[in-house]
Design a protein around this ligand. Structure first.
Ligand code: NOJ
Length: 542
């Protein structure tokens, strides 16, 4: 392989990937739901924004019990989103715009509507079709106790009883039965699914619940620590997270991708306890990349950011992996809101029933602008979530009646769910659904979205959108050509580093303006009258 080819093949190492939550991006046929037609009509927007790739959340045939993470057919597009032919056209057109396309592979579970699960539950007990899932007799004399005490990530037990008395495992909603990855047909099926999409020129896959898949033999009960563990985070020797048996599976997938030209990649959504465990997923014959969610949980302090960035660079650098940075996605409270909450607020709790008056929305957006410059100046790849380039806030006051996320019901209304970050994108100042394309979008859009729309911000000096555009353009010129980063001492509460090109990024996380020196390339907000960097503001300097 020539050096050039090696560089092209490793495009993801410095890529800015824009996450398209397709259901909420743009509605091309006016039925209330975003779709491929809408996305195709907005490719020019994404090109002008300056992103390198898009990652599209699941678009397969699905009853949408969990926003499409319940796949009924991995080789077809859900009619709400369009057709396979449209998907192929989208990939072609994105490539013409210089944009790569990453899909979303959901291997831990299928939909209950998947033909395999239907076959299994309609077959008699003991039928081999049941072996593709975890379908087992219960405990106790009459089998009325589930096979283990495992809890679902969305709340409630992880086992549901079938009418014939056996139980099936679902780490997420009951509509998402877990596949049995010990089964050879499951293994070969997913290699085939990968080939299906690689043949359609997809550039890679984000892999859902990459730390799931393999379950401990015999389904041992979880210990107390494991039971207490909220959400899908791995811990040591857990009965269903981050088990060693995952890695041979990943190697099979990687071999499939390596058979294709053009730099196809796999990025893992892996919640694992320690960097050493994460490193295993990033071995040369496994994932190309993994999401790093640590910034997303950080307090807004220089010490917290520095620690996380230092540790991430060290642990990933040690194994030759390129780090990634993520501030928002379709599962968390949008960061323009998170960063406006008082330090130490648990934003998941706040979303459910927290005092709304503690939210300082202006501070949230100011910090979100600063963090954009911070994140885009770091070495590695960056994942942006649709709407963050508009500074969109979490819609925290959606009426309960419209909530769609299974988390709300499954948790017995103790978690609000993720709808507030999935509200459709506003494209125009006015008009029905602010140009999203529907009269009635699947989630209601707040009135304030009009003034935050693409139309309201495009070519408006100082808008969040223009900040992202400028940053992405400058990043290409100054910040992607090496992996070097040097931390700088810039005073208490001021986070600063220099990149190999000489460009410095300074973020003022202190409580007073600070002086800066050098030529200003870009600032996240206006400097003070005396040329100082205000609180919660970032600058790129040369
Ligand atoms: C992670 C996805 O990001 C989330 O949206 C989904 O609910 C779970 N995996 C289950 O597939």
């Amino acid at each position: 392989m020539t050096t050039d080819a090696a560089q092209i093949d490793r495009w993801w190492r410095t890529a800015v990937v824009y996450q398209v939550y397709i259901r909420s991006f743009a509605d091309g046929n006016g039925d209330g739901t975003g779709d491929i037609a809408g996305l195709r009509s907005r490719l020019g927007y994404l090109r002008d924004l300056g992103v390198d790739a898009i990652w599209i959340n699941p678009w397969y045939r699905s009853p949408l019990a969990d926003g499409g993470y319940d796949v009924a057919d991995y080789r077809d597009i859900d009619p709400q989103y369009g057709t396979l032919a449209e998907a192929e056209a989208l990939v072609r057109e994105a490539h013409e715009h210089g944009i790569k396309v990453i899909g979303d592979l959901v291997p831990n579970h299928t939909s209950e509507q998947h033909v395999w699960f239907q076959e299994a539950i309609n077959a008699p007990i003991g039928d081999p079709s049941r072996e593709r899932y975890h379908i087992r007799p219960g405990k106790g004399p009459d089998g009325s106790e589930p096979p283990s005490d495992w809890r679902s990530v969305f709340g409630g037990p992880a086992w549901t009883r079938l009418p014939d008395g056996e139980w099936y495992l679902h780490l997420f909603a009951p509509e998402q039965p877990d596949l049995n990855w010990e089964h050879p047909e499951v293994r070969s099926e997913f290699c085939d699914v990968l080939r299906f999409w690689m043949d359609r020129d997809l550039d890679g896959f984000r892999v859902d619940v990459a730390h799931g898949l393999v379950k401990a033999p015999g389904y041992p009960d979880a210990n107390e620590e494991q039971r207490l563990l909220a959400g899908a985070r791995g811990t040591e020797n857990h009965p269903f997270w981050d088990r060693d048996g995952i890695h041979p599976i990943v190697r099979e997938w990687r071999a499939v991708l390596d058979g294709y030209a053009g730099g196809r990649m796999l990025v893992a959504e892996a919640w694992v306890p320690r960097p050493e465990r994460l490193a295993l997923y990033l071995r040369p014959d496994e994932y190309h990349q993994s999401f790093n969610f640590s910034l997303l949980e950080a307090d807004w302090t220089e010490a917290a950011y520095r620690k996380i960035i230092e540790e991430s660079l060290e642990s990933q650098g040690a194994i030759g992996a390129a780090p990634t940075w993520v501030m928002s996605n379709h599962d968390v409270v949008r960061h323009a809101t998170r960063l406006g909450l008082p330090e130490g607020t648990d934003w998941r709790d706040w979303l459910l029933n927290g005092d709304r008056t503690v939210l300082d929305a202006d501070t949230g957006v100011t910090r979100a602008r600063a963090v954009a410059l911070l994140m885009l100046a770091l070495p590695g790849g960056t994942y942006l979530y649709q709407g963050e380039e508009l500074g969109l806030p979490e819609v925290h006051d959606l009426p309960e009646a419209v909530l769609d996320d299974p988390v709300w019901e499954r948790s017995g209304h103790t978690a609000k769910g993720r709808d507030g970050c999935r509200v459709p994108m506003p494209w125009t100042n006015e008009g029905p659904a602010f140009g999203f394309g529907s009269d009635e979008p699947w989630l209601p859009m707040p009135a304030e979205f009009g003034a935050m729309s693409v139309e309201a911000q495009a070519e408006v000096e100082g808008s969040v959108l223009e900040l992202y555009r400028a940053a992405l353009a400058l990043r290409r010129d100054h910040l992607v050509d090496d992996e070097m980063l040097e931390f700088l001492e810039a005073g208490d509460g001021v986070f600063a580093f220099r990149r190999g090109s000489g460009v410095r990024c300074v973020v003022n996380m202190s409580t007073a303006p600070v002086g800066i020196d050098g030529d200003v390339l870009l600032t996240s907000g206006p400097l003070t009258d005396t040329g100082e960097l205000p609180v919660d503001t970032a600058v790129w300097l040369r």
